[in-house]
Design a protein around this ligand. Structure first.
Ligand code: DSN
Length: 440
């Protein structure tokens, strides 16, 4: 994007952005939750819609002059409904955390019990972590993966749910490479008398493309971010396959008397005015653009390639003697347990950074190291696939990562990182980012 005005006005911020453009252009992005949004999405994020206050919802705003932002929000909502096959959507959450907060605050009271996947087993902060609102406002219980398989065992989830009797069960993860059986989760939720929420922030693009189980028919609530596999602007969203009368006893007075509010009304009110004020209209408009892109047939091809790249990379890592938690991947990411390589996640992340490869250190299930050190790394293929990379690149990248990790405890590590960095740069130059990501 042309940044001449910023360059002249603010050298410091311009310099930071220019550095980030270089970094995104010349290095390999393997953080599983990152992607390159299209130029159309980024133009929309940088548009005049950032100037507009629009508290409320289309047709029911607290400010005048909302006729154009209303168009954008309606387009975003309609496209999201078509993309995910849902009856209700709220596109206003600023992030995945706000989306989750919106649902939790809409259906729970402080102190209510919830159940989610443990953060150290691949879950998310907002699924009940003690350092997050979800674990502080609510009585959070966490289920995990099995030590032997690295997979979630639904019998154990059921056992725990019947014991804990949570009011809400959360399924979904940030570092789990297997699919979720949403129907089985719903059966458990029904037996325990709980609401079920799926957080599909990570695999949303693969779900939209029909490559993974569909949560909509089974979950009361589905939340997501819009910037990971969905490849949109940074933001969040709440959906329901079908709206229903809220069973919480929340009513509204109308001219005809008192009626029970629909769940959609309860959630809308929880997002605004409950936890947010003015919506980010530039981001909502960009969500609309991204959903329009995701509705095109090319997006399905992209999603298929993301998954195929991840599978090829996991196979290659397995053949090189790496331990992938759960044995492999059915989605866009893998969690690699580095304990048999005598390297911590922290060291691996730093060395790979030196080599031009960006990953994040990650706890592995039953980790004996702290979250600042960790025993693993998480690797994902959404961004490299947007660059146009395929299975052969995946294998080559696994080989480059292995070169660095194998040299970690040797005298040649600096030389290896320098050489790999050159290989990475050449790979990136071969596949410039064209319609996505930064203009070099
Ligand atoms: N921080 C995100 C991730 O990296 O998975 C989840 O919110």
């Amino acid at each position: 994007m042309n940044m001449d005005v910023l360059r002249k006005q603010d050298e410091e911020i311009y310099g930071a952005i220019a550095g980030e453009v270089r970094r995104q252009t010349e290095t390999l992005e393997l953080i599983a939750s990152e992607n390159f949004a299209s130029r159309a999405v980024m133009e929309t994020c940088g548009s005049v819609m950032t100037n507009k206050y629009a508290e409320g919802y289309p047709g029911k705003r607290y400010y005048g002059g909302c006729e154009f932002v209303d168009i954008a929000e309606n387009v975003a909502r309609d496209r999201a409904k078509k993309l995910f096959g849902c009856e209700y959507v709220n596109v206003q959450p600023h992030s995945g955390s706000s989306a989750n907060m919106g649902v939790l605050f809409a259906v729970l009271k402080p102190g209510d019990r919830i159940m989610g996947l443990d953060l150290s087993h691949g879950g998310h902060l907002t699924h009940g972590s003690k350092v997050n609102f979800s674990g502080q406002f609510f009585d959070a219980h966490t289920y995990g993966v099995e030590r032997e398989t690295g997979c979630i065992d639904m019998n154990r989830v059921e056992e725990m749910a019947l014991d804990v009797r949570p009011k809400l069960i959360i399924c979904g993860a940030s570092a789990y490479s297997q699919g979720f059986d949403f129907k089985a989760f719903r059966d458990v939720a029904d037996k325990a008398g709980a609401f079920l929420m799926a957080d599909i922030a990570h695999p949303a693009g693969l779900i939209a493309a029909g490559l993974l189980n569909d949560p909509m028919p089974h979950c009361h609530f589905v939340t997501t971010t819009t910037h990971k596999t969905l490849r949109g602007p940074r933001g969040g969203m709440i959906m329901m396959g079908q709206d229903f009368e809220n069973p919480l006893g929340i009513t509204v007075k109308t001219k005809k008397g008192v009626r029970t509010k629909m769940m959609s009304e309860v959630i809308d009110a929880e997002i605004m005015p409950g936890i947010q004020g003015g919506p980010l209209m530039h981001i909502i408009a960009a969500k609309g653009v991204a959903f329009g892109e995701a509705l095109q047939p090319e997006f399905r091809d992209y999603a298929v390639q993301v998954r195929s790249n991840a599978a090829a990379m996991a196979d290659w890592f397995n053949s090189l003697g790496y331990n992938i938690v759960s044995g492999g991947t059915k989605n866009h990411l893998m969690l690699i347990d580095l304990r048999n390589k005598d390297v911590t996640g922290k060291v691996a992340e730093n060395l790979l950074h030196e080599a031009g490869i960006t990953v994040n250190k990650n706890m592995v299930p039953f980790d004996d190291k702290s979250p600042f050190v960790t025993s693993g790394i998480r690797v994902g293929t959404p961004a490299m696939t947007t660059r146009g990379m395929n299975e052969s690149h995946s294998e080559a990248i696994a080989g480059l990562i292995d070169r660095v990790i194998s040299a970690a405890n040797t005298d040649s590590i600096e030389k290896v990182c320098r050489e790999v960095r050159e290989d990475v740069k050449a790979m990136c130059q071969d596949l410039p980012l064209n319609d996505f990501g930064p203009t070099p």
